[in-house]
Design a binder for this molecule. Structure first.
Ligand SMILES: *[C@@H]1O[C@H](CO)[C@@H](O)[C@H](O)[C@H]1NC(C)=O
Ligand SMILES: *[C@@H]1O[C@H](CO)[C@@H](O)[C@H](O)[C@H]1NC(C)=O
Ligand SMILES: *[C@@H]1O[C@H](CO)[C@@H](O)[C@H](O)[C@H]1NC(C)=O
Ligand SMILES: *[C@@H]1O[C@H](CO)[C@@H](O)[C@H](O)[C@H]1NC(C)=O
Ligand SMILES: *[C@@H]1O[C@H](CO)[C@@H](O)[C@H](O)[C@H]1NC(C)=O
Length: 367
C-alpha cells in the first residue's frame, strides 16, 4: 500500500486517504521520486490511531536476525552480549482499531528511492537509526552500501536504491558554543538547520540530555534571550529549546518537499512503581511487556511539553507517538547485556522495540 505519488495536491489528504490517493495516482500518472514529496499522513488518527494498542506474541518475530546485521553498536546488541531470554523479540504491536502492515523493507527502500532521510538527536536516535539500517539491510542484504562519517553526520547509502540514511548527532537540537566564559547552551540558536532542511525526511528527537548535570552536563552556561545563566528550570529550558526548533520549522522548512517527524519521548524503566512493581529500581528482571493498553505510571511530564510545542507549529509535523507503546516494554532494554555491563534501562535492544518505531515510521510515510 504505497500512496506517495501525487503532486502537492496529495500532500494534505486527511480522512479519505485511500480514495483520494488512488485518484491522485491516476491523475499524476506514476512516480517521479526526485520531485514528489513522501506524504506524511500526520492525521492518521482519523482512520486508526496506530499508537494505541497492545503487544501480542507473534512467533514470526523478530523481523530480522540481529546476528546478520552489521550496524549494531556494542551497547544495543543484547543477544551478542549474553541476554539469555528471547521472548522479548517475539512481540508484535497491535493497534486497537486496525492491524499494522508488516514492514516491507524493499518497499521502504523503493519508497525512499533517491531520497535522503535523516535522524537527528541523541543516542536514542542512533539506536533507532541502527534498527532502521538493520531492517533495510535485511530486505536487501546484497545491496552495495557505502558509509561515511563527517563531523556530526554519519551517512549510510544503499547504492542500488540511491537511499541515503543519515544520522545527525545533536543532544539538544539547539546550539552549544564555545565562548570565553565556557560552553554556552543557546536556547534561541539553531544553526545546524542549514544541513537539515535539505533532506527529504527528518526525524527529530531531544529529551534525555536536558536533565544531565555534573560531569555529564556538556555546557557551563545557558543563554536564554539576553540572559546568561548558570542554570535554570530544566523543563522550562526544554520547552524553550523545542520552541526555537518549532519556529525554525515554521520559518525555514519547505514542508512541501521535506517531511517532518518528531519522535515522541522515549521512556526509561528505573522506577517500578510506574508499572506496579514498587521497590524495583531497574529493568534487570523484566522479560515480558505489560499486558493491555495502559501504563499505570501515565505519560511522562516532557510528553506534555512536547505536545504543547507541536500544537503551536503551523506546518504539518507528525508526532511518532511511541511513548506509551514503549512504556509497556519494560522488557525491551539492554539491562546488563551490553559491552559495558552497566545497567541500561534507557536504550533498546536491537532487534527489538525500535523495529516497531520504524514500522510506524514506515506507516506514517507510506499510508
Ligand atoms: C499518544 O499516544 C497516547 C497513548 O495511546 C495517547 O494517550 C496520546 O493522546 C497520544 N498523543 C497524541 C498527540 O496523539
Ligand atoms: C564534511 O563536512 C564539511 C562541513 O559540513 C564539508 O565542508 C566537507 O566537504 C565534508 N567532507 C566530506 C568528505 O564530505
Ligand atoms: C496496577 O495496580 C492498579 C491498582 O492496584 C490496578 O488497578 C491496575 O490494574 C494495575 N495495572 C497493571 C498493569 O497491573
Ligand atoms: C531479580 O530478582 C532476583 C530474585 O528475586 C533478585 O535477587 C535480584 O536482586 C533482582 N535483580 C534486579 C536487578 O532487580
Ligand atoms: C516513581 O513512580 C511513582 C509513580 O508514578 C511516583 O509517585 C514516584 O515519585 C516515582 N519515584 C521517583 C524516584 O521518581
Amino acid at each position: 500500500m504505497k500512496l506517495n505519488t501525487g503532486k502537492t495536491t496529495c500532500s494534505f489528504v486527511f480522512a479519505v486517504v485511500l480514495i483520494l490517493s488512488f485518484l491522485c495516482l491516476a491523475i499524476s500518472g506514476g512516480h517521479d521520486s526526485s520531485e514528489t514529496k513522501i506524504s506524511v499522513n500526520w492525521r492518521n488518527k482519523e482512520r486508526c490511531d496506530v499508537y494505541q494498542g497492545n503487544w501480542d506474541l507473534d512467533d514470526s518475530y523478530p523481523l530480522y536476525d540481529s546476528q546478520t546485521c552489521p550496524f549494531i553498536r556494542k551497547e544495543f546488541d543484547c543477544q551478542k552480549y549474553g541476554r539469555p531470554d528471547k521472548l522479548y523479540l517475539k512481540y508484535r504491536w497491535k493497534p486497537n482499531d486496525c492491524d499494522l502492515p508488516r514492514i516491507d523493507g524493499r518497499d521502504f527502500l523503493n519508497t525512499l528511492k533517491g531520497k535522503k532521510i535523516m535522524f537527528i538527536g541523541d543516542s536514542i536516535s542512533l539506536n533507532q537509526f541502527e534498527s532502521f539500517l538493520c531492517l533495510l539491510h535485511a530486505a536487501a542484504p546484497d545491496s552495495k552500501i557505502t558509509q561515511q562519517k563527517n563531523g556530526s553526520v554519519t551517512s549510510v547509502v544503499f547504492e542500488d536504491y540511491e537511499v541515503s540514511a543519515m544520522l545527525f548527532d545533536s543532544h539538544y537540537l539547539v546550539d552549544i558554543e564555545e565562548e570565553k566564559i565556557g560552553r554556552v547552551l543557546k536556547l534561541d540558536s539553531l544553526k545546524s538547520g542549514e544541513v537539515w532542511k535539505e533532506m527529504d525526511v527528518l526525524i527529530f528527537n531531544t529529551w534525555l540530555w536536558w536533565y544531565r548535570s555534573g560531569a555529564k552536563q556538556p555546557w557551563d552556561y545557558i543563554q536564554d534571550g539576553d540572559k546568561i545563566l548558570k542554570d535554570m528550570d530544566r523543563m522550562e529550558a526544554f520547552r524553550k529549546g523545542l520552541t526555537t526548533w518549532a519556529k525554525w520549522v515554521d520559518s525555514t522548512v519547505d514542508t512541501r518537499k521535506t517531511s517532518v517527524i518528531f519522535q515522541g519521548i522515549t521512556p526509561s524503566h528505573y522506577n517500578g512503581s510506574e508499572w506496579n512493581e514498587t521497590g524495583v529500581t531497574n529493568c534487570g528482571n523484566e522479560t515480558e511487556p505489560l499486558s493491555g493498553t495502559i501504563y499505570p505510571g501515565g505519560l511522562p511530564r516532557p510528553y506534555y511539553v512536547l505536545k504543547d510545542v507541536l500544537n503551536q507549529i503551523e506546518k504539518p509535523v507528525h508526532l511518532l507517538n511511541i511513548t506509551t507503546l514503549s512504556q509497556l516494554r519494560k522488557d525491551g532494554h539492554p539491562s546488563k547485556y551490553n559491552a559495558f555491563r552497566g545497567m541500561d534501562c534507557t536504550h533498546w535492544c536491537i532487534a527489538g522495540v525500535q523495529d516497531t518505531w520504524n514500522q510506524l515510521l514506515y506507516v506514517a510515510l507510506t499510508t
